[in-house]
Design a protein around this ligand. Structure first.
Ligand SMILES: Cc1ncc(COP(=O)(O)O)c(C=O)c1O
Length: 420
């Protein structure tokens, strides 16, 4: 029974009960290691689900992104385009390899990388003969970016795309034109022209962190249509161990492989994913109904080409109309033991990056390094950050939990009116 003060988390893990039998299988087989039958089965089932034929299960989404970045030969002196409105794990691998990020602003229709701005920036770089080594767009909050536009414009300039689909398990993209252009099996998601998030990119990154729509406690997947890419990533993820009994190394790798026990959790979570997407979408609809017609509240839009998983329900609060701002609402929820969070702080506003163009690698007090970056646009992401609030969206939430959240949001407005 939910009591009035029970903590409501933003997006806690939600086990189905199926996971434990796979975990028991892992124990029974004694593969308590970063390899084993559960890992193999999880990879196969992931590929069957997404339609992306090759994949490697890893310790995190950030590890997956790092391997993709390294595979593309990205290094010092290179630029890599990335969404500014994202989580740091999307971008830090660019810095691991010594390259420079160029942050691209979001658009208003999807809150994802703006394809027009991307095209303009690619054109400008091409004129200078200095194209980026890769483009890394994020599928924000489980909504695909405009794949056809973004993949199309990158293809024109021969720039590979690594899709950060960390938040987008179970999300799909509805293709508009040539149904085969995204290389997956269109129509696998109940709509004739739909493909799973990540399809068609050179590589796609997924996260199974504890807050995601499906979780393995921590973990990630790198998926691709390119077998050579996945084979190499698998090799690097296991300390680049050559196939000799005495552990021979001709390259330096990482300890990035997913454990067999963790993969067992993932198998159970994958079986229930469609249901979880349905529930997240219902949660979104419940909030939207409860906050319908409230002046100053808008919901994250869903363009016609998007089948979002609605990982998190995100609202925008316009203080002049709502009469309270995002932070006042977040704190009111926190006081009532409810976790809500601002939209990701855009990368170009992060103190670790220097977009002044004055030449960075500046040292801050305490020896913290700053990294040079460039920025295209930025106003949209800044506005979404200022006004955006992620509401609790865990799939174990009840209607009364959601109603509790809605009532507190509405109370912020009423309170302000009374005190005015
Ligand atoms: C957009 C985005 N990119 C990358 C990551 C990194 O994934 P992980 O936490 O598994 O390293 C996350 C999630 O945490 C994310 O939300």
């Amino acid at each position: 029974m939910t009591t009035q003060n029970n903590r409501i988390f933003l997006s806690p893990p939600h086990m189905s009960g199926k996971e434990i039998s796979f975990v028991m299988e892992a124990f029974d087989s004694n593969y308590i290691a970063p390899l084993g039958p559960q890992v193999d089965a999880f990879e196969k089932e992931f590929s069957d689900y997404t339609g992306i034929p090759y994949c490697v299960a890893l310790s995190s989404g950030t590890a997956a992104m790092h391997l993709a970045v390294r595979y593309l030969g990205i290094g010092p002196g290179d630029e890599v385009f990335a969404s500014t409105l994202t989580f740091i794990g999307s971008v830090s691998p660019i810095l691991f390899e010594g390259a420079t990020p160029v942050f691209i602003d979001a658009d208003r229709t999807s809150w994802n990388m703006n394809p027009d701005l991307l095209e303009k920036e690619l054109e400008a770089c091409n004129r200078k003969g200095r194209l980026p080594k890769a483009v890394i767009p994020t599928d924000l909050y489980g909504q695909c970016c405009d794949y056809e536009r973004i993949l199309g414009v990158c293809e024109k300039y021969g720039v590979p795309v690594v899709m950060d689909a960390a938040e987008a398990m179970g999300a799909f993209y509805l293709t508009q034109s040539d149904k085969g252009s995204l290389l997956c099996d269109p129509g696998r998601f109940g709509r004739e022209n739909s493909v799973h998030a990540g399809c068609g990119a050179k590589a796609a990154v997924f996260s199974f962190n504890g807050n995601k729509i499906m979780t393995t406690s921590g973990g990630g997947m790198l998926a691709s249509h390119d077998k050579a890419l996945i084979d190499k990533a698998r090799f690097w993820s296991q300390q680049a161990r050559e196939p000799f009994a005495h552990y021979e190394h001709t390259e330096i790798g990482y300890n990035y492989r997913m454990s067999n026990i963790v993969a067992a959790i993932g198998r159970g979570q994958l079986q229930i994913l469609d249901e979880r997407v349905k529930k997240r979408r219902e949660i979104f609809d419940h909030y939207r109904t409860g906050l319908k017609d409230v002046p100053g509240i808008e919901f994250m839009p869903e363009p016609e080409w998007s089948g979002a998983n609605r990982w998190l329900t995100v609202i925008l609060i316009t203080p002049e109309k709502f009469e309270a701002d995002r932070e006042q609402v977040r704190l009111a929820l926190a006081t009532e033991n409810i976790e809500a969070r601002p939209v990701w702080k855009p990368m170009h506003l992060q103190p670790v990056f220097d977009i002044s163009g004055k030449g960075a690698k500046t040292q801050r007090p305490g020896g913290k390094k700053r990294y040079s970056a460039r920025m295209a646009g930025g106003g949209v992401a800044e506005d979404l950050f200022d006004r955006g609030l992620c509401l609790p969206s865990g799939t174990a939430m009840t209607h009364s939990d959601m109603d509790r959240v809605i009532a507190i949001v509405l109370k912020c407005r009423a309170k302000k009116k009374l005190t005015a």
